[in-house]
Ligand binder design. Structure first.
Ligand SMILES: *[C@@H]1O[C@H](CO)[C@@H](O)[C@H](O)[C@H]1NC(C)=O
Ligand SMILES: CC(=O)N[C@H]1CO[C@H](CO)[C@@H](O)[C@@H]1O
Length: 303
């Protein structure tokens, strides 16, 4: 019973959330299974699969320039009635400038398809910027697309602990809060409680610093659980059964609570190299998809 978990937590910290159900979107990569760049026709197939499986018509990316993402994805979004959150990678000047140019060249032509722009993905978590430095990058991007919502995406604890306060106070339009019970090494039975607790702490802090429950649009920017073949992390065990449970309890529960959620991620990405996680162990990152790389479903994605 998900509400036996949710109700006490909601009373404990009580960040205000809207009463309507939240919206669901998916993080979407720019590469096909073999590592080659997607073109417009590939994104159209992605959109058809996402819409059929989940009803969602919203995706987010991480770099507008990577694989010519903005150029290729925006016509597909227009054709299929989708919207996209485009990403800017500000960590190094080269990617920052290329992503800004992609926004200037393509996003300005398709503003109806651009739901928002995020400047940075977990840059505060990595310690790459202070809040003030990140805010300056966000403002630079906002100047390119004044009519579009612009903000950032970071880990829940960097909002909760005050690291992002300058960004919150700086007048951004939208903030994405990443939270994974999985990456906190929670067993599946406690993952929903941990996830709700994370979101509550982050949203509560943002709302208290901004002094408003509505001035900044808030989303859970990433959550998810790896399926069969993925690497486990502490008590968090990878597997399709657990991912299915996580989706129905945590993701659907969060949406029912009125919070907008991006699931990480739409499709498996078999081209991704193994990475070394915080625990020093090599980690497989190719099985985080809600769906397989061939766009077939692993489990139901309708709440
Ligand atoms: C379960 O999650 C709650 C909420 O995050 C946390 O306080 C608690 O420590 C977790 N339990 C275990 C056994 O990790
Ligand atoms: C402003 C800043 O600190 N930028 C750094 C972010 O991280 C990259 C590499 O990880 C550095 O090259 C940048 O100088």
């Amino acid at each position: 019973m998900r509400f036996s978990v949710i109700a006490p937590l909601a009373l404990a910290a009580a960040p205000a959330v809207v009463s309507a159900a939240g919206s669901l979107g998916f993080a979407l990569g720019t590469k096909l299974a073999d590592g080659s760049c997607k073109y417009t026709a590939d994104y159209e197939k992605d959109f058809d699969a996402i819409s059929a499986a989940s009803g969602s018509k919203l995706v987010r990316g991480y770099s507008a320039d990577d694989c010519n993402c903005a150029q290729q994805i925006l016509p597909a979004a227009k054709n299929k009635g989708f919207q996209v959150i485009l990403g800017v990678w500000p960590d190094v000047d080269e990617s920052f400038n290329k992503d800004k140019a992609a926004l200037q060249n393509y996003a300005t032509q398709y503003t109806d398809q651009v739901y928002a722009v995020t400047v940075g993905s977990e840059t505060l978590y990595r310690g790459n910027f202070t809040g003030d430095q990140l805010l300056m990058k966000i403002k630079e991007v906002k100047a390119i697309l004044p009519s579009v919502k612009v903000g950032t995406a970071d880990s829940w604890n960097k909002y909760a602990d005050g690291t992002a306060d300058a960004v919150i106070r700086g007048g951004v339009d939208i903030l994405l809060v990443n939270a994974f019970g999985f990456w906190q090494g929670q067993e599946i039975g406690n993952a929903t409680a941990t996830y709700f607790d994370d979101i509550q702490q982050a949203f509560g802090h943002v709302q208290s610093v901004s002094g408003s429950t509505s001035s900044i649009e808030l989303w859970n920017g990433e959550t998810g659980w790896p399926t069969d073949g993925g690497s486990s992390y502490g008590a968090a065990i990878a597997g399709t059964d657990n991912a299915k449970t996580y989706f129905s309890k945590s993701v659907c529960g969060m949406l029912a609570w009125g919070v907008n959620v991006f699931y990480f991620e739409a499709f498996d990405e078999p081209w991704k190299p193994k990475s070394v996680g915080d625990n020093g162990q090599a980690s497989d990152e190719t099985h985080w998809g809600a769906m397989n790389a061939d766009r077939s479903t692993k489990f139901g994605l309708k709440c």
